[in-house]
Write a protein that binds this ligand. Structure first.
Ligand code: SIN
Ligand code: FE2
Length: 213
């Protein structure tokens, strides 16, 4: 199978047990999602969070849904409140929920009800080093990742940080689902290259849906 084959029709590629790439799957909801994204970030602006080790992340983040992923000097956690505004995170927009649920239904994860959506904004040079998503309670629930705007190179690894990674270009509209035996795979994003997207400008936006609580 050619992972880099591009056609106009959405394609479903099984990359590993529990890991499926749905090429272009979010294109159908992109207009509503962009509008809803603006609503979310007006209420909970992007910010550069600090890791427990004291590093400021190059990716700017915010959240919507009942719970939001946050990091600061005290550690990583899910929190019902935005530490900047002191208010609950904005509700998960219906367009976001619909996309996450249709992607999981298609890939065999039934009844996925995300309560958290982490929104990452990458600008030129921003990257995410290899990590596992493991702050959630129930690892039987998958992660649904939606890429919008400028393309990036995603790294999909195995279960040790030093294992070999597969480099996967993720383009506007691509949805990657990982769960089951793939749930704790290491993953990351290489530094974003200079590029331009008609609707998202110089940015890449990534949404990850989780059942956190
Ligand atoms: C993440 O692991 O939270 C982000 C992945 C991505 O930006 O594609
Ligand atoms: Fe992650």
């Amino acid at each position: 199978m050619d992972l880099f084959d591009k056609t106009d029709a959405p394609q479903s590629l099984k990359l590993a047990d529990g890991t499926v790439l749905l090429r272009g799957f979010a294109l159908r909801e992109q207009t509503a999602m962009l509008e809803d994204l603006h609503t979310v970030i007006a209420l909970a602006p992007f910010r550069h969070m600090v890791t427990p080790g004291g590093f400021t992340m190059s990716v700017a983040m915010t959240n919507c849904g009942e719970l939001g992923w946050v990091t600061d000097k005290t550690g990583y956690r899910y929190d019902a409140q935005d530490p900047i505004t002191g208010k609950p995170w904005p509700p998960m927009p219906a367009s976001f929920m619909a996309l996450a649920r249709s992607a999981t239904a298609l890939t065999g994860y039934r009844e996925f009800m995300p309560d958290a959506c982490l929104i990452n904004r990458y600008q030129v040079g921003a990257r995410m080093s290899l990590h596992q998503d493991k702050d959630e309670r129930d690892f039987t629930q998958p992660i649904v990742s939606v890429s919008l705007g400028v393309s990036a190179v995603f790294q999909l690894g195995c279960f040790a940080r030093t294992d070999k990674v597969v480099k996967l270009p993720l383009d506007h509209g691509d949805v990657l689902v990982w769960g089951g035996v793939s749930r704790l795979r290491y993953h990351g994003v290489l530094p974003l290259k200079v590029s331009h997207h008609p609707a998202f400008g110089e940015y890449r936006i990534n949404l990850t849906f989780r059942k956190a609580g």
